[in-house]
Design a protein around this ligand. Structure first.
Ligand code: NAD
Ligand code: MG
Ligand code: MG
Ligand code: MG
Ligand code: MG
Length: 328
């Protein structure tokens, strides 16, 4: 699975990085320090413009950056990419240039139909931008998925591997995938397990204890705060490490009660969620919501943030100053 890769195929290319957020900043700085020719495409007057300049990078308006580029990495939020493609990329990108994504959503779900005369490739680091940057600075890298959707130049594979090497991914591991697999599994993971599944488990557990008369503070520690201890053990050493570090009583409770809480019913709901991802229903729903101004999205988020666990959590976290800031 590990593919040895170098930046050679992009040595005489100019790379335009559009967007200077979590991934954009990490990619641009890593590629620049890997000796590649980088220009950041951001809106003049926006906060990213100043930030990229302060980081020592060349900046230009997105369309200006695209005109000069042999490879364009689209690292803005997914929902703004279709308009950016139509306004700043499609009219200006050179034939045989490469268009690179860090998530396959727009290409896979036809929100962007790329020109036939360009390469369309994907490099998705398996970690947030801050980690992609930090590991690179330490001389390491974060494993990356990579994929080729369209190879107009005949060089798409060499380019995608060189880009992944330039951000440090090849120092760790490069795993080949397809746009469909990256997109569908990414959405499923965040919906069923990571964001959707985990927060729902926390809230239902918290509510169950509070409704049974236990103190919210105590319920908060048991159902939210301590989740990190377990996740860290899983992250570092899988099920084996978790079993090694929790009590026998916790293990026995896990083995006998866990499958009763998350059960066949849950599995069939997971299959439904996956089916809606695969047949495009989720993508359509989310794109329609975004285009309609995000009213439902905002209302649901406000309800989520008004949950009692948020009040008790804010009070308790204020007393635990060692808690690291999120997203670092
Ligand atoms: P982000 O929200 O951190 O950054 C977006 C940046 O895009 C902003 O900082 C700004 O510079 C620019 N931007 C915002 N609105 C814009 C507009 N209307 N027009 C032009 N530029 C605009 O985004 P991110 O989380 O880095 O995500 C970028 C891509 O990387 C997405 O495709 C995402 O799915 C993918 N990805 C993200 C992560 C992650 O951990 N965050 C991991 C893997 C892949
Ligand atoms: Mg993901
Ligand atoms: Mg995602
Ligand atoms: Mg939730
Ligand atoms: Mg306990």
């Amino acid at each position: 699975m590990t593919t040895p890769a170098t930046t050679d195929a992009l040595k005489s290319s100019r790379l335009a990085i559009l967007g200077y957020g979590s991934q954009g900043r990490a990619h641009a700085l890593n590629l620049h320090e890997s000796g590649l020719d980088v220009i950041v495409g951001v809106r003049k007057g926006g906060p990213s413009w100043e930030k990229a300049q302060a980081d020592g990078l060349r900046v230009a308006e997105p369309a200006e950056a695209v005109k000069q580029a042999d490879l364009v990495a689209v690292l803005t939020p997914d929902m703004v990419q279709p308009a950016l493609y139509h306004e700043a990329i499609a009219p200006y990108l050179k034939p045989n240039a490469a268009l690179l994504f860090a998530h396959g959503f727009n290409v896979h779900f036809d929100q962007i139909q790329p020109r036939a005369d360009i390469d369309v490739i994907l490099v998705a680091p398996k970690g947030p931008g801050a980690l992609v940057r930090r590991e690179y600075e330490k001389g390491h890298g974060v494993p990356c998925l990579y994929a080729i959707h369209q190879d107009a130049s005949g060089e798409a594979r060499a380019k995608v591997l060189a880009y992944a090497a330039g951000i440090g991914g090849a120092r760790a591991m490069l795993i080949e995938t397809e746009f469909a697999e990256e997109t569908e599994t990414d959405l499923f993971g965040e919906q069923a397990v990571l964001c959707g599944g985990a927060t729902e488990l926390v809230l239902q557990g918290f509510e169950t204890l509070v409704e049974a008369g236990y103190k919210p503070e105590v319920a908060y520690y048991e159902c939210l705060h301590e989740l990190k201890l377990i996740v860290d053990l899983l992250h570092e050493g899988g099920l084996a490490k978790m079993h090694q570090f929790v009590s026998e009583t916790a293990q026995y409770g896990d083995l006998t009660r866990g499958p009763r809480v998350v059960n066949d019913e849950t599995r069939s709901r997971m299959r439904e969620v996956l089916a809606e991802i695969r047949d495009g229903r989720f993508a359509k729903e989310w794109v329609d919501e975004y285009k309609a101004g995000n009213g439902n999205y905002r209302a649901m988020k406000e309800r989520d943030l008004a949950h009692p666990i948020e009040q008790v959590g804010a009070t308790l976290r204020a007393r635990m100053p060692w808690l690291a800031p999120a997203g670092g």
